[in-house]
Ligand binder design. Structure first.
Ligand code: ASP
Length: 319
């Protein structure tokens, strides 16, 4: 019997409402999600490693300006882009992560190289970039990451005096409806060798200050992969996801309580996390290639190609 393989991706969860979504934006988002999931799936279909698949999928979304990662990342209080990313491979439970990245086009590749090449798991800011340049990464100007939309959002957050996670202020001229959309991107995959891998990349939250870091680069909060068990990538208000250790908690429930992937994810996202006031969602794939999307928000940009080869691309929670 051939070995199952599958992949799921997300482009962020949050308040995503049909009546505020323009056709133009919907088409852009759906096509970026499809391109991303197909890029990862192609690698899996050719017998490639789950890590390569999740990095390839996330890279497509980092390059797409519609999402809060890579190009199109949200801006800090000082009008900078500061990105975080992480990867994990389930075979050795090896992991790599970076925080506060300002000049690397694809932070997810740097997280992978921290895992593969450095002796460390988590590198920050200038040091992480020094490591990147020592490997031959190109210096990318901040201008590359900037979009007008993110600048307007920052001004709106500053006016409101909010430091918390948020995105666009919706106005009639603004084609982006997501006043509270999280926008982080991520991918999880099972390859034909039975490896599970996860990757997560983000610009964090608009108007963040003081070197704030969310859950996305924290192994066990935003990302986890354990062969024989599950791979998870999360999106939402990072402070809650760190405190609840969301990705690690899904894995622990499955490992110790023998819960299936659906039960474990729902227990946390629509149970414990929601009870704490944490909004967001996650994607997960188990050792059989079964995929689960969980969210307690009105939507999550997401796509998957399951272990039967079926493609699904969705936006709203009720789809
Ligand atoms: N989890 C991310 C953070 O808190 C935000 C997001 O999901 O968009 O940095």
């Amino acid at each position: 019997m051939s070995q199952p393989f599958s992949i799921a991706i997300h482009g962020g969860a949050g308040t995503i409402l049909r009546d505020q979504m323009s056709d133009e934006l919907r088409v852009e988002i759906l096509s970026a999600l499809e391109k991303s999931v197909k890029a990862g799936h192609e690698i899996l279909a050719q017998g490639g490693d789950a890590l390569d698949a999740v990095v390839a999928a996330v890279k497509v979304l980092e390059d797409a300006p519609q999402f809060n990662a890579g190009k199109g990342s949200v801006l800090t209080n000082k009008e900078m882009v500061e990105m975080d990313a992480s990867v994990m491979h389930g075979r050795e439970m090896n992991a790599g992560a970076v925080t506060g990245i300002r000049h690397i086009k694809n932070p997810i590749e740097l997280a992978r190289d921290v895992m593969l090449i450095s002796e460390h798991v988590l590198l920050m800011g200038d040091g992480a970039e020094e490591f990147a340049f020592s490997l031959g990464y190109e210096y990318t100007e901040q201008d590359y990451f900037f979009t007008d939309r993110r600048y307007e959002q920052l001004q709106s957050m500053k006016e409101k005096g909010l430091f918390a996670l948020s995105e666009a202020k919706y106005s009639a001229e603004d084609k982006y409806p997501d006043d509270k959309k999280f926008g982080t991107v991520g991918a999880v995959a099972l390859d034909k060798q039975g490896n599970l891998a996860a990757a997560t990349s983000t610009g964090g939250i608009t108007n963040k200050k003081f070197g704030r870091v969310g859950d996305s680069p924290i192994i066990g909060a935003g990302t986890i992969a354990e062969n024989g068990n599950v791979a998870v990538s999360t999106t939402g208000m990072g402070e809650f996801f760190i405190r609840k250790m969301v990705a690690g908690d899904v894995a622990a429930r499955m490992r110790y309580l023998k819960e299936d992937v659906h039960t474990a994810c729902e227990h946390i996202i629509n149970g414990d996390l929601k009870a704490m006031g944490g909004e967001g969602g996650l994607i997960a794939v188990d050792a059989n290639g079964d995929i689960h999307f969980a969210m307690n928000s009105s939507g999550m940009y997401r796509a998957s190609i399951d272990n039967k080869g079926n493609l699904d691309v969705k936006i709203y929670a009720d789809e």
